[in-house]
Design a binder for this molecule. Structure first.
Ligand code: FNR
Length: 431
């Protein structure tokens, strides 16, 4: 290829910019805002107050949530010049799968609060963009339905280790059967964090039968509905009034048997009670991981790792990957940000297994900095939820496309032709 034709090749990021600017000549603006703050505002307008609080909120004073974002400001990119960045490669390989960009969609529960098509819209958008989608254990749509809409596009399954081993086994087997390529065990939510916004609205979506579709589509879970609840579980009962009746009706609408049968059989409410009694296991320890290893050949990743000692221990336990995450600041308020822990964790892992990092990624520069500090790839949570709320499936595609483009431009303008060239030398501490 001559130098001229190489420079004139219309490449993806330039084409995306052109499309937006050309659209502007015709009076058209992007379908959902490019700017993240504006995107959240657009999303908030489309969501209920409770929905926005659930997605946007964090634990306690939301100090960790803020820190997740601020930590990126403590590193500055130092671009290099005259390096011929006309040809670029943003791909990375994770567990044998080549991905177009070092970007994943982290698991987010109860997406029906953002949009009626919920996980299904996200699955379609992720598949169209070739970005792996990690199905949440708290999804609003069963994993099989999402997988069926994704052809052979990459998806992983996120597991909350419930009190029932049989249920864990069943969820993992279903994930394998519907083509998930990895199991992500989320460790940071064995109890629900103190989520101020939700508490002030006294609103927990699961109590209304939302976000429990992986359970109500599971044969083991459904069998559990016929068994008595453990002693003490389901003891607390709400007052009976119009609000409670509305919540019961909503739970019945969400149960797969159909509205009337679910209501009259009492199974919708039984499912909510069973879920509350079963969903998490605070007693989980390192020894339990062997149970999972024996039951799946898929790579196992641990999500929620923040201490280098835990990272090293994960490697010793034969874990296949880590997701350095603080759940988007929704669990331990005052905890460290993921970016500040990343270099120490990368050092402990010494490239033996891949590291995905999430919590606070909002743009291409954030992606670049995370990769420079040791991440193999990054995950996003809230940004795609806001895309979903603001524009459904197309909105999610926009958010993914914008982020991929922003990252590619940052990489190129910093003088890097490939992800491998994004090294620690490209950053300096701020100030
Ligand atoms: C989450 N997250 C999450 N994680 C997980 O393992 N299982 C889940 O079901 C959920 N659910 C969930 C709901 C909502 C509304 C949010 C915002 C987050 C955490 C998620 O996977 C990810 O770690 C964070 O969202 C990353 O932070 P950012 O990108 O939102 O800042």
């Amino acid at each position: 290829m001559s130098d001229d034709s190489r420079d004139n090749r219309i490449n993806a990021p330039v084409a995306r910019q052109q499309e937006i600017y050309m659209g502007g000549l015709g009076g058209r603006r992007p379908a959902v805002p490019v700017d993240m703050a504006a995107l959240e505002t657009a999303a908030a307008r489309r969501m209920s107050r409770e929905g926005h609080a659930y997605i946007a909120g964090g634990a306690g004073r939301e100090d960790t949530m803020a820190r997740n974002l601020d930590a990126f400001g403590e590193w500055r990119i130092v671009p290099r010049m005259l390096r011929d960045v006309s040809q670029r490669d943003t791909s990375v390989t994770l567990f044998g799968r080549r991905l177009p960009s070092p970007l994943l969609l982290s698991p987010v529960g109860v997406l029906e609060m953002a949009h009626a098509q919920a996980d299904l819209a996200v699955a379609r958008a992720a598949a169209a963009e070739g970005v792996p989608y990690i199905f949440s254990n708290q999804a609003s749509v069963p994993m099989e339905t999402c997988a069926a809409a994704m052809d052979d596009a990459p998806r992983w399954f996120q597991l909350y280790w419930s009190k029932s081993d049989e249920l864990v086994e069943s969820l993992v087997a279903r994930a394998e059967a519907c083509g998930c390529e990895a199991i992500v065990v989320t460790l940071d939510t064995t109890l629900l964090g103190w989520r101020t916004r939700d508490l002030d609205l006294a609103y927990l979506p699961f109590l209304r039968g939302m976000g429990i579709a992986q359970y109500t589509s599971d044969p083991v879970f459904l069998r559990m509905l016929d068994q008595p609840l453990p002693e003490g579980a389901g003891d607390s009962r709400p007052p009976v009034n119009l609000h409670t009746i509305r919540a019961v009706l909503q739970a019945a609408r969400n149960f797969p048997d159909g509205f009337w049968p679910s209501l009259t059989s009492g199974r919708a409410l039984a499912a909510v009670r069973r879920f509350i009694a079963t969903y998490s296991r605070p007693s989980l320890t390192w020894n339990d991981l062997a149970f999972l290893r024996e039951r799946t050949r898929l790579p196992i990743l641990l999500k929620g790792i923040l201490d280098p000692a835990d990272a090293a221990r994960a490697v010793d336990h034969g874990v296949d990957g880590l997701i350095v995450s603080n759940h988007g600041g929704r669990q331990v308020d005052g905890s460290v940000s993921t970016l500040e822990q990343l270099p120490r964790i990368a050092e402990a892992v010494a490239e033996q297994i891949p590291i995905v990092m999430d919590s606070g990624i909002r743009g291409g520069a954030d992606m670049f900095k995370a990769l420079a500090l040791g991440a193999t790839a990054v995950g996003i949570g809230r940004p795609y939820c806001y895309g979903l709320a603001a524009g459904g499936e197309d909105g999610v595609r926009e958010v993914i496309g914008n982020l991929k483009t922003d990252f590619e431009l940052t990489m190129a303008l910093a003088g890097c032709k490939s992800v491998a060239e994004i090294t620690r030398e490209r950053l300096v501490p701020a100030g």
